[in-house]
Design a protein around this ligand. Structure first.
Ligand code: ADP
Ligand code: TYD
Length: 205
């Protein structure tokens, strides 16, 4: 049995993914695992273009953005220096802040979800997470947290869009529950309680 896992955190903006990635990573390191934390969009060349679109520096159609994420994800997996597959091979447990469920939900809002799933099938064929952790918060809480922490909002961070994205997440989870391991945890609790809930689930796998 392999003991290094690939874990993906999912949820709408501000649900607490970064907070939980750090808490889980610190915990796993403390108990002796080698852990590599990563995120999408990546810091690589395609990820940089995506970030410029989200910051409103470059304009692009939603379908173009969906395509860019397909490419960014393949680079995230296959990059020879710091790709996820290489890190797993080296024995790291890899924790990512977002993976393909983000595409299903965020782009499934603007185009047919089946297209998004199909266009990510190469990534899914290369690597499915041992566990997808979906942190659930309402769009109202998301907007409150984002407004408290930022002076400007990114492309997809509106109440209307986050409401649609959250419902697309549930649609994707339902559609793929026969293929994917998915754990849903309520995100409107203290970070420590959520972290404990996640640790318990991970110790089961
Ligand atoms: P994400 O990575 O999903 O956007 P973050 O972890 O960056 O979310 O959290 C967004 C904001 O909400 C931050 O200001 C963070 O401190 C706060 N936050 C995170 N988790 C919780 C929680 N469980 N309860 C209240 N606030 C939280
Ligand atoms: P992120 O930096 O994780 O934002 P946050 O910390 O606020 O959750 O993600 C940036 C944005 O990228 C976020 O609005 C979701 C979007 N996104 C997509 O639209 N498609 C994707 O495939 C991924 C991975 C992210």
């Amino acid at each position: 049995m392999k003991n290094n896992l690939f874990i993906a955190f999912e949820g709408i903006d501000g649900c607490g993914k970064s907070t939980q990635v750090k808490l889980l990573s610190d915990h796993l390191k403390k108990v002796g695992y080698r852990v590599y934390d990563t995120c999408e969009p990546t810091g690589g060349p395609v990820g940089s273009v995506i970030r410029n679109i989200f910051n409103h520096r470059i304009e692009a159609d939603h379908r173009t953005i969906a395509g860019l994420f397909v490419a960014d994800r393949l680079d995230h997996l296959l990059n020879k220096t710091n790709g996820i597959l290489k890190k797993l091979e080296e024995g790291y447990t890899v924790i990512t802040d977002r993976y393909y469920f983000s595409s299903y939900a965020y782009h499934g809002t603007h185009m047919p979800m089946d297209w998004v799933i199909e266009s990510n099938s190469l990534s899914a064929g290369l690597l499915r997470p041992d566990l997808n952790i979906y942190i659930d918060i309402s769009p109202e809480i998301s907007m409150q947290r984002l407004n408290a922490g930022r002076s400007s909002m990114e492309l997809y961070e509106t109440m209307e869009n986050l409401t649609n994205v959250r419902s697309k997440y549930f649609e994707a989870i339902e559609k793929l529950k026969h293929l994917e391991k998915i754990f849903i945890t309520p995100g409107d609790r203290s970070p420590e309680l959520i972290a404990e809930n996640i640790r318990n689930e991970i110790s089961r796998i």
